[in-house]
Design a protein around this ligand. Structure first.
Ligand SMILES: Nc1ncnc2c1ncn2[C@@H]1O[C@H](COP(=O)(O)OP(=O)(O)O)[C@@H](O)[C@H]1O
Ligand SMILES: [Mg+2]
Length: 297
């Protein structure tokens, strides 16, 4: 295992010296910046070392939730109505968009910037929350219609023939009445908080067959649109009428044994080593194809 916190020329030398057959790339940030994760995949690409997971383009693209929404929409994949508001601008709510609205940073993950005030019911609340995102995260705010229904995390494995693992649902029952039913920063990370204790993943989710099929189709189409490879997780929510919308596509989700991806794999009947082996084999096959193409000349 090679832990890489900061980039240095030594990293290149070390990789060339080890000359691995392939790298199981678990890098989620480098130099303290998640937006640089794509550069690590890019480095492996330049060095001609096969690696697991998505390529630099998909990793970079997925960091921008607004761009992802635009691509998904143009491909006919439903996402909530929304707009972005850049620092220095005031929110100009497009006609037809309805309250409540959800405000989040357009280029963050791990629920950073998502708190009890993220769901806004008035223009005043909206302006205030947008300003908070501008100041705290120095980036544009993404405003979406609030989807008031069930929430699903959908894990996809594979490259050319992707397969959806068991669908997971967040159970919000038990959250205090005045708390919005969302997976906020505290819900993900503050184990002592009621938000953490009452946002419980249920896997597999109890779903009628038709809805399950629809969710699985949307997951595959979304991950293919963004160019995800080997593994990905697509977050979705339903509106109050039960229609499904994609919130975001994660080409580099946590695949550690205790995380949601591994849980979804277990519920689908795969052991942890099954999925790690499958991901590794796919990357090695890709490597062999690259080598075959190079040596054919
Ligand atoms: N439009 C929306 N409607 C309802 N809830 C939302 C909406 N967008 C985000 N959320 C809530 O916020 C959480 C985090 O948002 P998400 O877009 O998945 O970003 P992150 O990258 O931080 O996980 C979601 O899990 C969901 O609970
Ligand atoms: Mg998410």
């Amino acid at each position: 295992m090679l832990a890489v916190d900061y980039f240095s020329k030594d990293l290149i030398h070390t990789l060339l010296k080890i000359a691995p057959k392939f790298v199981f790339n678990l890098c989620e940030e480098i130099n303290g910046k998640c937006e640089l994760e794509m550069c690590v995949a890019g480095l492996l690409e330049l060095l001609g070392i096969p690696y697991t997971g998505s390529d630099p383009f998909a990793l970079g693209l997925a960091l921008n939730k607004f761009h992802v929404k635009q691509i998904l929409r143009s491909a006919g994949v439903p996402t909530a109505r929304g707009f972005v508001c850049y620092p220095g601008q005031k929110a100009a709510v497009p006609r037809g968009m309805r309250f409540p609205m959800m405000v989040k940073p357009s280029r963050q993950d791990a629920s950073l910037g998502i708190n009890s005030n993220s769901v806004c019911f008035t223009v005043e609340q909206l302006q205030k929350q947008i300003l908070y995102i501008h100041k705290a995260y120095e980036q544009e705010a993404l405003v979406e219609e609030f989807l008031d229904g069930r929430e699903f995390n959908v894990s996809v494995i594979g490259d050319k023939n992707p397969e959806v693992l068991a669908i997971s649902e967040i159970n919000f029952a038990g959250l205090p009445e005045d708390e919005p039913k969302i997976v906020s920063y505290r819900a993900k990370w503050d184990e002592e908080s009621p938000m953490y204790q009452f946002t419980i993943p249920i896997c597999p989710a109890d779903l009628p067959k038709r809805l399950e099929t629809r969710i699985k189709n949307i997951a595959i189409r979304s991950s293919q649109c963004i160019g995800c490879r080997d593994y990905a997780r697509v977050d979705m929510r339903a509106d109050s009428r039960g229609s499904i919308y994609v919130l975001e596509v994660n080409p580099n989700p946590d695949i550690s044994p205790k995380a949601g991806f591994a849980r979804a794999a277990r519920s689908a009947g795969y052991s942890y080593s099954d999925i790690i082996l499958r991901i590794s084999e796919t990357a090695m096959e890709r490597g062999a194809q690259v080598a075959a193409a190079v040596y054919a000349f």
